[in-house]
Design a protein around this ligand. Structure first.
Ligand SMILES: Nc1ncnc2c1ncn2[C@@H]1O[C@H](COP(=O)(O)OP(=O)(O)OP(=O)(O)O)[C@@H](O)[C@H]1O
Length: 340
């Protein structure tokens, strides 16, 4: 059965992929994970199903996260994953191929941009456009970025934290660091190994971050039962971990994000800095939901911080909305040659 395709916005994230279809909104949100049979090179599962396999695969199966630190680390697998998600969204056979906008972190190099464009074209786009993450996040957070008014966006994803000052539809000052949600998880794994002699998996670390993690101490300590493997005995163990321990584990990562925000503010022209001081900083992305991070950045900068509504889907929504203004955003969106 042949179908008509609609234009698509994709937030191609390190942790998850979100797909926005014009007229339908966000239609897909799945982890950026692919499970592959190493012997045959066949894809066994993509997204949610593949994520369940992370850390639990037999020798011949590998569960891969093809994006690392906000950029494509495994090109072929990224292309296959994109193909799968695009097919899942619009079907396999189109009369017209869709135009696709993909969102990339503000710090990506030309080579990395090219890799995203090629993978998307290979996956079936008629034309691929790129939009920088902070611009998409700002549009998704409902800001009117076309005005001569300074806005600061802090988008904390899985692989990168993007800090940007936006005015008149463009980025004036920005910084992108490879410290975000994934580094929080790694810090928790390291902490558990050092302090408790326990090895935990990535998924457990993420659960701990979401349930008891924090950038500063809570009024009331919360705890979680954590399962792992004792490094000395090699046996499975259960221990109770408290939220104040997580503050200690995450301190260094959280501080580098606060430093990045501070350094962008230092480089911001005074008029725009005054606008930001009036309106506050907007935080988006899943990593921005870390308990108390808004509070910590606000304390460090003296500027109020607001976490955007639906912080995780903000970038995808903004990418989708940008489909309506491709002509207006031509300066920020890099066009690519279409492929046959
Ligand atoms: N409530 C929460 N508290 C803390 N972290 C969270 C919460 N919810 C999600 N996260 C984290 O947010 C991160 C994913 O965020 P998001 O989906 O915005 O990233 P991404 O767009 O895939 O990554 P990137 O933009 O770096 O490519 C993950 O590290 C996830 O563990």
């Amino acid at each position: 059965m042949f179908g008509f395709s609609s234009d698509i916005g994709i937030d191609l994230g390190t942790a998850s992929v979100l797909v926005f279809v014009k007229g339908r909104g966000i239609v897909l949100q799945e982890p950026s994970v692919v499970a592959i049979d190493k012997n045959t090179n066949h894809i066994l599962a993509v997204g949610q199903e593949a994520r369940r396999m992370l850390g639990r695969t037999p020798g011949n199966i590998v569960a891969i996260r093809p994006l690392k630190d906000g950029v494509i680390s495994d090109y072929e697998v990224t292309e296959k994953m994109l193909k799968y998600f695009i097919n899942k969204t619009v079907g396999k056979k189109w009369i017209f191929k869709p135009k696709i906008i993909v969102c990339v972190p503000s710090g990506v190099t030309e080579v990395e941009k090219r890799a995203v464009i090629d993978a998307t074209n290979e996956a079936g786009a008629k034309m691929t456009y790129l939009i920088e993450e902070p611009i998409a996040a700002a549009i998704g957070a409902g800001l009117d970025i076309a005005q001569p008014n300074g806005h600061m966006i802090v988008d904390i994803g899985g692989g990168t934290s993007d800090v940007a000052v936006i005015s008149l539809g463009g980025i004036v000052v920005s910084n992108s660091i490879k410290v975000a949600g994934d580094k929080f998880d790694e810090a928790i794994i390291r902490y558990m190994r050092k302090k408790h002699n326990i090895m935990i998996g990535e998924r457990t670390a993420e659960e701990m971050k979401i349930n008891i993690g924090g950038a500063c101490d809570r009024e009331e300590e919360v705890t979680m039962n954590v399962r792992g493997r004792n490094l000395v005995s090699g046996l499975p163990v259960n221990i109770v971990v408290g939220s104040s321990e997580m503050v200690e584990a995450l301190e260094e990562s959280v501080m580098s994000i606060a430093d990045a925000v501070h350094s962008v503010l230092e480089k911001t022209p005074p008029e725009l800095a005054a606008d930001i001081a009036d309106q506050g900083i907007i935080m988006t992305g899943g990593g921005g939901l870390l308990w108390g991070l808004d509070h910590l950045i606000s304390e460090r900068t003296g500027i109020p911080v607001r976490v955007a509504e639906e912080a995780v889907s903000c970038v995808a929504k903004g990418t989708g909305k940008a489909l309506d203004s491709l002509h207006l955003l031509e300066n920020d969106i890099r066009n690519s040659r279409s492929r046959r």
